[in-house]
Design a binder for this molecule. Sequence first.
Ligand SMILES: Nc1ncnc2c1ncn2[C@@H]1O[C@H](COP(=O)(O)OP(=O)(O)OP(=O)(O)O)[C@@H](O)[C@H]1O
Length: 600
Amino acid sequence: MLSVDSQMSEDNLRQVIDTLPTLVWCTRPDGSTEFLNKRWHDYTGCSPEESRVHGWQPTVHPEDLPRVVAKGQELLASGQPGEVEGRIRRHDGVFRWFLLRVEPLRDETGKIVRWYGVQTDIDDLKQIEEKLREEDRELRRITDAIPQTIVVVDTSGVPIYANQAMLDYAGLSAEDILTSGFRERFSHPDGLEKLKEQRAAGLSRGLPFELEHRARRKDGEYRWCLVRFNPFRDEMGRVVRWYATGTDIDDRVKAEERTRNENQVLREQIDRDSMFEDIVGSSEALRKVLRQVAKVASSDSTVLILGETGTGKELIARAIHKRSKRASRAFIGVNCAAIPPSLIASELFGYEKGAFTGATQRRLGRFESASGGTLFLDEVGDLPLDIQIALLRVLQEREIQRVGGNTAISVDVRVLAATHRDLDVLVADGKFREDLLYRLNVVPIVVPSLRERADDLPLLVEYFITRFGKNAGKTFRAIDDKTLNLFRAYGWPGNVRELQNVIERAVILSEGDICAVDETWLKRPSSHTAASPAFALSGVLHKREKEMIEAALAASNGRVSGPTGAATKLGIPTKTLDSKIGRLGINKYQFRASGTEPFA
Ligand SMILES: Nc1ncnc2c1ncn2[C@@H]1O[C@H](COP(=O)(O)OP(=O)(O)OP(=O)(O)O)[C@@H](O)[C@H]1O
């Protein structure tokens, strides 16, 4: 029994509760209604009389009633506080969502003496929630219709949604995508770690980024995909989501790979055709050079390649590059003698926009183009002195400055240089800087002249005949003995290049299966020929030949053709005599008698 005081306070309490702008009620320990506040009656339009007879149940939406009742029973049984959502009918018949929160009231022994309930209108919240859900469904419908794969990830990269295209592509369910380990199943194991690192780095930067990876399609095939990550920010500018869109680029990647391979094959083919790797010869002189090549190739030191013109200095430079660790990078050759002196600086070091009239945009020089690779400075002895200073600085500092620029750009380039000139003489004449010579001359390689490796002649001849024969679609059984003897006697001032040219001509002009060379094709013996007895003999022969032709020309008043011409006198065809006159440097005009007619 409650005391008068407590009865008083109970009434006061009810009064207070009645005036609360919230729907409040209380029940007895068994759950039977004891009191519904005024606000409850006002809101529901259900009078105290009606609620006494029918209870509160008619105010709950029939669809929600079973759930609300079940929850009530569960709480009664457990004695624990709890809550349930349900729609409550307003006095005007409109149902609104409410949160029904129930708390037990216990006496000092812990026994439940009452249950208090509070109903809070959450309809607006519910509607926002529903709107969001609808928007979400709409977004899904849209993204599902996009043929591109889309995965939405949270700020730490964990997937929270994948569109239909993604599920179809991977053959996975939405749940699969959300479970951990999805990446491991979806991405190729090779490079997975790197991919994770790239993704983490991109996410931490908070800016759009892309990455490529091999994704496992539902048929088990791994295909290259380009994934673009775009951040989605809240109104404070914070990244709240990332949208990762994937595009299958496998066909493109494979096509590029094919092109790369084809290019590689083509490059190899070109290399073979240009004989860059084919250094023909087995003479000791050449073998010594090749041993040096093998030794210097792996180091990064500057190499100065010396030798007469046409001896194969560029071939040696390429061989060094191809055997070095820079082999996969560029080999850039510059013929310093072929570039006008005023252009060499911009050719080697590049220039900035506006550096000079016509410099409409920045251009990289050969040093920068060769970055990571090798720069071959051919005919380095022909470099103007001011460029020699600049080159020396580059070799020392490993930095260049573009023409018209003022910042130093570091370059990682190995320099190989070559010249047919005697650099010591140039230094003595003040035409070449001694300090640059020392810098370049770290490892010198002297390529022997063809005279010094006469043993290689048969091999080279055979090699060039086969090569040019193949190009011309001709096969030769042999080279005639006369030609070989001629070659052996000749001084080859143009070295292998000259031999190559002579054979190319012979191959084109020879009929049948014997390749023959006309001796008139060979240049005048060079000054080197005096050194060896064989060349001394050929010098004598040339001298004698010249004397005979000059005598015949004198006897025929400088006339070459015709019955009284020098050719008839010498018993050789006019054409042969003409080319001999050219080769031997004879001035036929000096034999012309004044007043005679122009001759052939
Ligand atoms: N040992 C060799 N085997 C095959 N071909 C060679 C050999 N040596 C040189 N050649 C060929 O001779 C030609 C001239 O060679 P290269 O251009 O390397 O000579 P170089 O010494 O650099 O000439 P230059 O001093 O005129 O620049 C090239 O076509 C090269 O392929």
